[in-house]
Design a protein around this ligand. Structure first.
Ligand code: ADP
Ligand code: PHD
Length: 612
């Protein structure tokens, strides 16, 4: 039989009893005749405790990047050695003729770049693991760490990175399957700690799992899903505390995947971002509801009206404009043939909704960069914006996802923008995409709800609305190694010719972003950035939203009914994300889950972990 790679998270090896339980499981797999390789995380909350300790010793501990990584990797050294001992005890007791051997990431051949705290895997040379397997041994590999190709220093892949270690090893060793063992029975329709009535999903497509992971469902590390998708390796997420089958992550939501291969060039590194295609679509229109009251339920009403006339919206952006307290603009794109009907329906409701105007632009188009690993490597996104800016094309709207970055531009500029992007990414070709994929009647509206408490929002207000400004801002952010998440560029304040650009980013990067923006403030010319750290992000995800109209309306109405104010909206093809006040987040997650009929009658079991 073939190789099985298993990953055990911190919650599965939280104490001595947990380690012994996992050892039994590993041996049981070996006894079934498989070669077994295990990636293991640090015990329980050890990594958090090490971080707390470092912060007590040194006020700016992360600034000592090399030593910080050296410290954190010690957590995995403990658990790998202890697990190997426990397995060897089980083997001795049973008179089995094999042993377990532990290896650090470096010994396992995990070669990374030199970015401490967020190193990317460049290659894996697993000779020692292969030799151990050839000896009949069980190899235990320390999670979330490697060694830099250039500096030879020890690096970490980022929090939660052991999932990525496991998947990368599975790919390098040509394993049959990668099993991720955790403290819940699989991937659920929402975090079972927040929504006890969440249901376990039996299968999830890669793109849906990417969006869930990118939106905060920490059951899988985002990069592990990206890795598995590139190499078509199924991941089985299951509990180490039960014998139930879990969730298999596999397959694509598209019968036809984006053309171009999802493989990077030879030396690009195993996690290098890939641009598979530039896609364009000139059949779009755009509507802005100008100066709507910024209050609970306003966005819901807009999309209820649109859904009421059977129109399916595509991109949606909303941001509470910093300059006009109490007012907001809501912009969305829709098929061109529906624009007159949508405008009429909205105008009939003007008094009820209290907005100032409906601004309809019939002739817009969308240009998209499609690929892999885009969000965790922001340089490609910045490159895309700058190619379009250099062609003199103004970006009117932006939406980003794990697998796609889209911009809306004037219809007569679609060609120029597409050609510029194609030239920048010269090894890919452009394709016209058609929407309205036939998913079949039984596709669920959404597969799940995810939330994220780790983000902050920055608004750069008063930016001159001309080509190149967004590119310059995001270039600077990318140069500082900050991954941006939601990006909303408002089309507001027509009279001033200035626009607001808001984005969300990991809260831990706020300081760095503030400094980076300070450096270009005079040159790009914008007001002081407004920073809000008391926010939470809520996302609904599912391929079904491409074909079921009214998903946005239903989502927003559920939030409004629970009194949740929507602070910012951004969408991708298969996700709608909103930013809400941090205090509203848990309530909002439950309201959305209920509204889409995802609640189950039985309570989900959380076997361990502290949820930290
Ligand atoms: N959609 C989801 N499905 C399952 N678990 C989720 C989901 N979203 C968030 N989680 C959380 O992910 C946790 C498992 O991830 P993590 O704490 O990193 O575990 P481990 O210690 O195994 O690495 C679960 O306990 C659960 O609270
Ligand atoms: N111990 C590391 C790596 C990891 O992947 O942990 P876990 O599998 O317990 O989420 C962390 O806490 O980030």
């Amino acid at each position: 039989m073939g190789i099985v790679v298993q990953k055990y998270g911190g919650s599965s090896v939280a104490d001595a009893a947990g380690i012994k339980r996992v050892a039994q499981r590993v041996v049981a797999t070996k006894e079934q005749g498989h070669d077994v390789v295990v990636a293991v995380s640090a015990m329980g909350d050890t990594t958090d405790e090490l971080i707390d300790l470092a912060n007590k010793v040194s006020p700016d501990a992360t600034a000592h990047a090399r030593e910080f990584d050296m410290l954190l990797t010690s957590g995995e050294r403990q658990s790998m050695a202890l697990l190997a001992m426990a397995i060897n005890d089980v083997a001795n007791e049973r008179g089995l003729a094999y042993e377990a051997r532990s290896f650090t990431g470096s010994q396992a051949g995990l070669i990374t770049d030199a970015q401490h705290g967020r190193a990317k895997i460049l290659s894996i040379t697993p000779e020692r693991i292969q030799a151990a397997i050839a000896d009949g041994a069980i190899a235990i590999v320390a999670g979330f760490q490697g060694v830099s190709k250039d500096t030879k220093d020890i690096t970490t892949l980022g929090r939660g990175g052991t999932d990525t270690t496991a998947v990368a090893l599975a790919v390098a060793l040509n394993a049959d399957v990668c099993e991720i063992y955790t403290d819940v029975d699989g991937v659920f329709t929402a975090d079972p700690r927040i929504v006890p009535t969440a249901r376990k999903l039996s299968v999830v497509a890669f793109e849906e799992m990417l969006e869930l992971a990118a939106s905060g469902a920490k059951v899988l590390h985002l990069r592990s899903v990206e890795f598995a998708r590139r190499h078509s390796l199924p991941i089985h997420v299951r509990s180490s505390f039960s014998t139930l089958n879990g969730t298999v992550v596999k397959g694509s939501i598209d019968a036809v995947s984006p053309h171009g291969e999802l493989h990077a060039g030879a030396d690009a590194g195993m996690e290098a971002p890939i641009v598979a295609a530039i896609a364009y679509d000139s059949s779009q229109a755009k509507i802005t509801v100008v100066n709507a009251p910024d209050q609970v339920g306003a966005a819901a009403k807009v999309f209820e009206i649109i859904a009421g006339v059977g129109i399916n919206v595509d991109m949606v952006v909303q941001d509470s404009a910093a300059a006009r307290a109490g007012r907001t603009d809501i912009t969305f794109t829709l098929p061109r043939q529906d624009v007159v009907r949508a405008k009429k329906a909205l105008e009939l409701a003007r008094d009820d909704l209290g907005f100032e105007d409906v601004d309809a632009k019939e002739m817009v188009g969308k240009v998209s960069l499609i690929g892999a690993g885009l969000r965790t490597q922001p340089k490609k996104i910045a490159d895309f914006f700058s190619a379009i800016a250099q062609a003199g094309v103004n970006i009117q709207m932006i939406s980003t996802s794990e697998v796609r970055v889209s911009v809306v531009v004037d219809d007569d500029e679609v060609k120029r923008a597409t050609e510029a992007a194609e030239a920048r990414f010269s090894d890919v070709a452009a394709e016209k995409v058609s929407y309205g994929v036939d998913d079949g009647a039984d596709t669920p509206e959404i597969v799940g709800v995810a939330h994220d408490r780790g983000e902050a929002k920055i608004t750069v207000a008063g930016v001159t609305d001309e080509p190149g400004k967004a590119a310059r801002i995001f270039d600077t952010i990318a140069d500082n190694g900050i991954n941006i998440d939601m990006i909303v560029q408002n089309v507001s304040a027509k009279e001033t010719g200035r626009t607001d650009i808001s984005f969300t980013l990991p809260r831990a990067d706020v300081k760095k972003a503030r400094a980076a923006l300070g450096d270009i403030q005079a040159e790009v010319d914008f007001s002081d950035p407004v920073i809000d750290e008391q926010v939470g992000k809520l996302s609904i995800v599912g391929a079904g939203m491409r074909t079921h109209p009214g998903i946005t309306a239903k989502f927003f109405a559920a939030l409004a009914a629970d009194g949740v104010l929507i602070r910012m909206v951004s969408t991708s093809e298969i996700r709608v994300s909103v930013l809400v006040n941090a205090d509203d987040l848990d309530r909002a997650v439950r309201a959305a889950h209920r509204a889409f009929g995802l609640d189950s009658d039985v309570e989900a079991i959380v076997y361990g972990g502290t949820g930290r």
